[in-house]
Design a protein around this ligand. Structure first.
Ligand SMILES: *[C@@H]1O[C@H](CO)[C@@H](O)[C@H](O)[C@H]1NC(C)=O
Ligand SMILES: *[C@@H]1O[C@H](CO)[C@@H](O)[C@H](O)[C@H]1NC(C)=O
Ligand SMILES: *[C@@H]1O[C@H](CO)[C@@H](O)[C@H](O)[C@H]1NC(C)=O
Ligand SMILES: *[C@@H]1O[C@H](CO)[C@@H](O)[C@H](O)[C@H]1NC(C)=O
Ligand SMILES: *[C@@H]1O[C@H](CO)[C@@H](O)[C@H](O)[C@H]1NC(C)=O
Ligand SMILES: *[C@@H]1O[C@H](CO)[C@@H](O)[C@H](O)[C@H]1NC(C)=O
Ligand SMILES: *[C@@H]1O[C@H](CO)[C@@H](O)[C@H](O)[C@H]1NC(C)=O
Ligand SMILES: *[C@@H]1O[C@H](CO)[C@@H](O)[C@H](O)[C@H]1NC(C)=O
Length: 423
């Protein structure tokens, strides 16, 4: 039902003419906390652990097979539909969660409609488990969950923090920043949920909080050292990198000597960068102790003619999901194919979270004009010019990224339950 048109492979489009401005700010973080925990990898599930309900000591071996999972292995959770569910959704509000940045708090920022918060993703062949914040915190006890990527990942990080934070009393939770990182800590669980800014995953001139712009991209396709030392020791790593590659079909990059700058096809560059990333994964990740996920691309909704014949606008004023099938020009199957190939070749298991199609339906979920630009809420004048100012790349929270996290949660839960059952 939801097969995207596969005829011609899609051209790399310049997918964010305006929204660059939003992306420019994303890396901005400041120094608060020193945190460097290298060469110290933990078992994801340590042999000795206190059961949450009973306080009883239990032991089990680490094994990430998904046998015994809540979601049956044969169920493709990415194949399904959005159903209206206003009794339990949204799972939090932008008033109740103090950890959201103004970029994503659409209700607070004056968005008049709210039904976009009330949709639940329903896989065709199974149910997603209900998100249980305490259970997730128990899974993350003595562990670090890290989201790595660009502003889209940053919103997934914020979503995850908001999904769990309500069950933690004040004074037992905190957020710290240091350059390139934002770290949420749940003290009583000694758990952290972290975000690391690396829009290309490999090194680039866009890694710095201030000195970067999408127009002047320069990517070091063979270098990842500056980043990966911050990733080592994290127990669960969730990667994402897409939108920054897509500004133009060619990109300036180096591969080897820093002085040998050349223009690469984005597809070639993306493959080389992923290989560099994959080499790091192979050499430094212990698949028995660490768990790796990769998010597929987050779709954009920049041109409403794609779903509404004759439309001249964008995602602005869209209040309902698309009733499938639908696949937009912002989601590049060639890039997704490269990602798939590279992940297939890896010996370490990396779970591909293929959220593109389900998010494609959500033309209503973007921040549109209910967001910030360069650190300031859009003025009413700017809001009245949505064709120029609407952001159809980022998502409102609560919103679509909550579903991505529910799917991520279902995987972590499956690992955990399997281990509990195998005691
Ligand atoms: C992990 O799971 C696999 C497949 O289910 C099984 O063959 C293996 O023995 C398990 N290893 C441990 C340490 O439990
Ligand atoms: C949920 O939606 C139904 C139908 O639109 C409506 O009657 C009901 O009042 C809504 N409930 C809440 C809690 O918003
Ligand atoms: C707290 O968690 C960190 C990992 O985030 C771990 O290295 C440390 O051993 C934990 N502390 C205790 C007391 O378990
Ligand atoms: C690559 O860099 C050169 C020199 O700065 C510049 O002229 C060119 O436009 C850049 N190419 C791309 C694709 O950005
Ligand atoms: C990039 O560098 C790697 C090794 O560092 C080399 O194997 C590869 O051929 C280079 N690719 C291109 C397109 O220059
Ligand atoms: C770059 O892309 C263009 C257009 O898709 C293609 O014709 C060309 O062969 C590609 N070059 C390389 C080196 O892959
Ligand atoms: C928004 O869409 C509704 C119909 O869905 C239309 O009546 C209204 O005029 C639109 N508002 C703007 C500002 O375009
Ligand atoms: C991801 O989903 C898309 C759209 O549903 C599909 O075309 C693609 O084959 C999937 N990729 C993988 C690796 O499963």
């Amino acid at each position: 039902m939801t097969t995207p048109p596969s005829s011609s492979h899609r051209q790399i489009l310049s997918i964010f003419p305006f929204a660059l401005a939003f992306l420019l700010l994303i890396g901005a973080t400041r120094l608060v906390l020193e945190n460097s925990k290298q060469g110290h990898s933990l078992r994801l599930f340590p042999p000795e652990i206190v059961s949450f309900e009973t306080g009883e000591q239990r032991s089990w071996a680490a094994n990430f097979s998904s046998v015994g999972s809540v979601v049956p292995e044969e169920c493709n959770v990415f194949d399904g539909k959005w159903v209206f569910e206003n009794a339990s959704y949204p799972l939090y509000t932008d008033e109740s969660c103090p950890y959201l940045s103004p970029q994503v708090t659409c209700q607070k920022n004056g968005r008049p409609d709210s039904l976009y918060q009330n949709w639940m993703w329903k896989p065709n062949d199974c149910e997603l488990p209900r998100f249980d914040p305490l259970k997730l915190l128990e899974i993350l006890r003595n562990k670090r969950l890290m989201f790595i990527g660009d502003s889209i990942q940053r919103s997934q990080h914020q979503s995850m923090v908001c999904l769990v934070q309500s069950v933690i009393p004040d004074g037992k939770k905190s957020v710290h920043r240091k350059p390139s990182m934002k770290i949420f800590r749940a003290e009583e669980f000694n758990a952290s949920i972290e975000f690391y800014w690396a829009p290309f995953l490999v090194e680039s001139i866009s890694d710095h909080a201030k000195k970067h712009s999408v127009q002047e991209r320069l990517v070091k396709l063979d270098s990842i050292t500056k980043h990966h030392r911050h990733w080592e020791g994290a127990d669960v790593l969730v990667f994402e990198s897409y939108v920054w590659w897509m500004y133009k079909p060619i990109i300036n990059a180096t591969n080897g000597s820093d002085s040998d700058i050349q223009e690469y096809n984005v597809t070639t560059a993306y493959r080389l960068a992923l290989r560099t990333w994959a080499n790091w994964i192979e050499s430094r990740i212990d698949g028995h102790k660490q768990r790796i996920f990769f998010m597929s691309s987050s779709p954009t909704h920049l041109w409403n003619w794609e779903w509404k014949a004759g439309g001249l606008g964008n995602c602005f004023n869209e209040s309902y999901p698309i009733q499938g099938p639908y696949w937009g020009t912002g989601s590049n199957l060639e890039i997704m194919g490269i990602l798939h190939d590279v992940l297939q070749e890896l010996k370490v298991e990396v779970t591909f979270l293929n959220i593109t199609q389900l998010s494609e339906f959500r033309k209503d979920g973007h921040t549109s004009v209910y967001t910030e630009r360069r650190g300031k809420l859009l003025t009413s004048e700017e809001r009245s010019d949505p064709n120029t100012y609407a952001d159809c790349i980022h998502w409102c929270l609560p919103g679509v990224p909550d579903t991505w996290n529910q799917i991520l949660y279902s995987h972590l839960l499956a690992d955990y339950d399997f281990l509990q059952m195998s005691i």
